[in-house]
Design a protein around this ligand. Sequence first.
Ligand code: PA5
Length: 365
Amino acid sequence: MLDDVEAIRMVDKGNMGMMISSFPRLLKEAVTLSRGLALPRDYRNVKEIVVCGMGGSAIGGDLFKDLSQNNIPLSVSIIRDYDLPRHVDENSLVVAVSYSGNTEETLEAFKQAYEKGSHIVAIASNGLLEKACSKLRIPFLGVPSGYTPRSALPLLFIPLLKVAEEIGFPLVGEGELAEAQRLVEEYNNKLTPENPLSRNPAKQLAARLHGKLPIIYSMGHLKSVALRFKDQINENAKMRAMCDQLPEANHNEVEAWEKIDFKELLHVVFIDSRFKNPYLAESVNQLVSTIKREGVGLSMVKPLGETMLEEMLSAIIMGDWVSYYLAILRGVDPAPVRLITELKSKHDEKMRYSEKFEEWLFKSG
Ligand code: PA5
């Protein structure tokens, strides 16, 4: 099935394959687009960065946080909720990210940030977020529409690097970004449907995961890559998956390997890194040998690249394609997210959040 390109197209009615293939191009586009983002000088005085978003629009914030840990002397937090924590105030930089621009949790966090007098910048393709920024004169970066939020990840992640640069913390230079982009483009070319299973590691991993419960582990700067992998399996393949991180898993989750239910239904994916802390490397060895001893299926994913950013992006494109091939094997169209869409619209019908936000906007500014 995975080598029948025509059959794949028949299942992929929403064209998710095309959107995943666009990932390297969108990385390039995001760099160009980000050049247009300029923040007022007083944004340099902030004490923390708070990224607000949900789902496909939040994960870019996680990647940014993972990458910034060793490079930015400010705290970076990701809020996936309506309410901002109390510490957010006029000295915080709140970055509201919503691909549609209409996600109510993000709009509410944006509204609270405005009322607290925080420094704000927003990223969206459209929607109420764009409208609010224009009315309230808040810096806004518009990104192209036409993708699903999860496949627009480069457009939502790369601008965060520009935000950091604008406030005085350049994390990744354009040269390093261009190198990473080239690597991802090359890797992507090896993972597309045209490449047969015998030479396509994404198809091979999907075939191993088909009919199993994937348990994805990672660590350090790849923490959020495991979450992305899980989320992509959930949304594209409409399938359950789990993820966990080391060393935290050594302090709780590891006990679940003591008495294993449904052993034959589990498959562990370990996203490894060349940048591991030596203590972590030993933890990985121990966990891997426990899993092997228990006879549970195990696949090691070794991301490509010489930098943390390259590892992150190459592991993401691999995970995206794996989730895509899992969808194909399950006969489900990867693009539509019927339940997410239905939940959002039923919720808005009942709670009338967008109406309330518009009323607030009318009175503000
Ligand atoms: O992948 C998805 O479609 C979701 O996770 C959305 O990203 C999430 O619901 C938030 O919507 P938006 O990205 O438009 O703010």
